[in-house]
Design a protein around this ligand. Sequence first.
Ligand code: AMP
Length: 139
Amino acid sequence: MSSYDPNNIFAKILRGELPCTKVYEDEDALAFMDIMPRADGHVLVIPKTPARNILDIAPAELSKLMVAVQKVAKAVKAGTGAEGLTIQQFSETAGGQIVFHIHFHVLPRWEGVALRPHTGAMEKPDVLEAHAAKIRAAF
Ligand code: AMP
């Protein structure tokens, strides 16, 4: 396994060098809209600590991250009016990982509505903001 690259996209978002559509932040975690959403209201939750994926994150940091994932999951479900959720995490290239700063996908789900492709079409910023506003209001 390679080491953590501090110049990955999410590290740049954490440092404020790249923008994001934020929905939640606390001492340990940041949550923002996925720019290529697989569902309306698709959110990513990342730790502020540098870790590549599930294989190298310290257990104590993972525990804190999962608390944030649960908090965000509840707000995503309430804010979007989803009927259910899918939570995903990809580790290493063979596992489907593209950005090497650990993140959990929170995907709102509706009966009979399939997920769109992973890293498919880019969403318009105003559409992402509209979903984010509903999710923020649900915390
Ligand atoms: P993966 O590493 O396979 O979990 O995929 C990375 C995810 O990050 C994909 O769902 C991308 O759409 C998403 N993504 C990539 N760049 C950005 C960005 N700048 N802001 C928000 N989401 C992003």
